[in-house]
Design a protein around this ligand. Structure first.
Ligand SMILES: Cc1ncc(COP(=O)(O)O)c(C=O)c1O
Length: 421
């Protein structure tokens, strides 16, 4: 619904109050609109504008406010709302059982945190304790969270204003960069050999959340190199896990099992903040340490959200649905590309997709392109300069997929036509 541009907008007023009080930071405040409602794959702002949410920070596998999840959380509110450390509770234990039940390589064990960044740091600690080493190898230009440990994995030299990060970090070329999987393997072999004292862990996303899928041979070879060097392999599946790519774990697309996998984001059903470290039970070797000593470690509300989310994903085979919808999106994009020349392809897996565009045909800068998409009722971000994120809930209907793709095609036509006028 379009709002007449003739009075103070409730959304703009909230955006202004937000900008007045929050620290301004890239990608956050100032905001683009103030929301009042989110359900399924739709979000609605205070002025009544509705957007299909193709972003959802990858938390919305179930869609926003899934009714069963909302009901489960309301019921949990009436029973147990907090569990001080040293006590356990039913939802936390059932969640642990459920996740351990999904671990493919023998017996697993878990720890929970409230965010992905913290969970990544638990995984790093676990690898350090298990190997007696501290060095990590990660991919330059990756993203693993914002803690000093996790963010230090993302690039060799984060902004100098932030000061120093953990020592013993090595960064290698990524499979999605120009060097490709072969360049990454070359760098990895060298880095594993050259790191004096050895490497504790190699950390990476098995399928990059900007929708780059590596060739099948990459991860089995990485696994072999890690095994030969005694390094642990940690997969960050914070955005890509839980069915998003068509399998419960993204690594199941490849013939490989990591030592540790980290889940987050959608684990809380898009409502509660929770992340998990799931690892081979043989890493349970430091009962005298607190590797994940978090206040809300076994919070019954967050764990109820995660338990219900996993149960819905498995019961409704949402991973299977994501795989099916990938085929639909690819077919529809091929059709639309026949008339919209700026749309040139799809990359990614399941519903972790990006629509590739020909920037040479588009006059608009990044912000204007995203604005044109908003104007067509599409909430998303760019994945690099030449791709539009297409990451809807796994519960999206075929018709909503169509509505989203048509909106994107209309936005592209708009910015492309502006150039030729
Ligand atoms: C691949 C990856 N790892 C880690 C994180 C950090 O998760 P959180 O924001 O919950 O700390 C993110 C968040 O975007 C992510 O995309």
């Amino acid at each position: 619904m379009d709002v007449a541009n003739n009075g103070p907008s409730a959304s703009d007023a909230l955006v202004a109050r937000d900008a007045e009080n929050f620290f301004h930071q890239q990608g956050s405040s100032p905001c683009i609109a103030g929301l009042k409602h989110a359900a399924g794959c739709w979000i609605e702002d205070l002025d009544g504008r509705r957007y299909i949410d193709l972003h959802g920070n990858t938390t919305h596998h179930l869609g926003h406010a899934h009714p069963e999840l909302v009901a489960a959380l309301k019921a949990q509110l009436d029973t147990l709302t907090f569990s001080p450390r040293r006590f356990t509770n039913e939802p936390a234990t059932m969640l642990a059982e459920r996740l351990v039940g999904q671990w493919p390589g023998g017996k697993g064990r878990v720890l929970f945190a409230t965010g992905g960044s913290d969970a990544i740091e638990i995984a790093m600690k676990l690898a350090r304790v298990a190997t007696g080493r501290s060095a990590t190898i990660s991919l330059e230009g990756s993203y693993h969270g914002h803690g000093f440990g996790a963010f230090g994995l993302s690039r060799a030299a984060p902004d100098a204003r932030l000061g120093s990060f953990l020592p013993d970090r090595r960064h290698i070329r990524s499979y999605w960069g120009e060097a490709g999987a072969d360049g990454m393997l070359q760098d990895l072999g060298k880095a594993l050999q050259e790191t004096s004292g050895g490497v504790a862990a190699v950390i990476a996303e098995p399928i990059r959340s900007n929708c780059h899928v590596p060739p099948d041979y990459l991860w089995p070879q990485v696994r072999r190199l890690c095994d030969a060097a005694g390094a642990k392999l940690i997969f960050d599946e914070i955005p890509s896990g839980l069915g998003k790519t068509g399998r419960f774990f993204a690594f199941e697309h490849f013939a490989v099992v990591p030592d540790i996998v980290v889940l987050g984001k959608a684990l809380g059903g898009g409502i509660m903040p929770i992340a998990a470290v799931l690892a081979d039970a043989r890493l349970d070797i430091a009962p005298d340490l607190s590797l994940g000593h978090y206040t809300h470690e076994k919070n019954p509300m967050t764990t109820r959200a995660a338990l219900t989310t996993i149960d819905i994903i498995l019961r409704d085979d949402l991973g299977g649905r994501a795989a099916l919808l990938e085929t639909l999106v690819r077919a529809r994009v091929a059709e639309l590309a026949a008339t919209e020349s700026a749309l040139i392809g799809v990359r990614g897996k399941g519903l972790l997709l990006a629509l590739e565009i020909d920037r040479a045909q588009i006059a608009a800068g990044d912000d204007d392109l995203v604005q044109a998409l908003f104007g067509q009722g599409i909430s998303t971000t760019l994945k690099g300069r030449a791709a539009i994120g297409f990451s809807p809930p796994l519960t999206i209907s075929d018709q909503e997929i169509d509505t989203a793709l048509l909106g994107i095609a209309r936005a592209l036509a708009q910015v492309r036509l502006q150039r030729t006028r």
